[in-house]
Design a protein around this ligand. Structure first.
Ligand code: FES
Ligand code: FES
Length: 171
């Protein structure tokens, strides 16, 4: 008989309680138990970054974590970004800059950037943004528009936070 464990956690601001198989991956828990299918699963080996979510404010590859490990923790998925029908600045910037093609990598990239911009709102340098995204693989875009979107979102978030407007870079 499969070993099961009861877990309590907060997912996208809501308390969740569930009994899971001890070996269930966090990515499967999110997608199959909670029907939060915005978290994509690509390689299932921690390589592609498509499954990136935030666990207690830090980026984590949900294909490498067990759901049971998140007991007592906070998990944020891409579904948490938009609020009250409004896109998050990152989502708006991806829209504005055509920052995706097939979109498979996009949720993981958005969560990686969401973390980066929370902790480093000054982020603007192209090479630094590429370094931040080095663990998120995209087979379609060539990254150029993703970087442009990240820079736009960072500018808009700084402006919204009350910093002096930053000279626009083409938007
Ligand atoms: S699916 Fe998790 S890193 Fe690729
Ligand atoms: S948009 Fe297709 S993998 Fe990134």
């Amino acid at each position: 008989m499969a070993l099961r464990q009861r877990i309590r956690l907060v997912v996208n601001g809501k308390s969740v309680e569930s009994e899971v198989e001890a070996r269930m991956l966090l990515s499967d828990f999110l997608r199959e138990e909670l029907e939060l299918t915005g978290t994509h699963v690509g390689c299932e080996h921690g390589v592609c970054g498509a499954c990136t979510v935030l666990v207690d404010d830090l980026p984590a590859r949900s294909c490498l974590m067990l759901a049971a490990q998140t007991d007592g923790m906070r998990v944020e998925t891409v579904e948490s970004l938009a609020s009250d029908g409004n896109l998050h600045p990152l989502q708006q910037a991806f829209w504005d800059n055509h920052g995706l093609q097939c979109g498979f990598c996009t949720p993981g990239i958005l969560m990686t950037l969401a973390y980066a911009l929370r902790t480093r709102p000054e982020l603007d340098d192209e090479q630094e943004i590429r370094r931040v995204l080095s663990g998120n693989l995209c087979r379609c875009t060539g990254y150029q528009n993703i970087v442009a979107a990240a820079r736009q979102a960072a500018r808009h978030m700084r402006e919204a936070a009350g910093d002096a407007p930053v000279v626009a870079d083409g938007d």
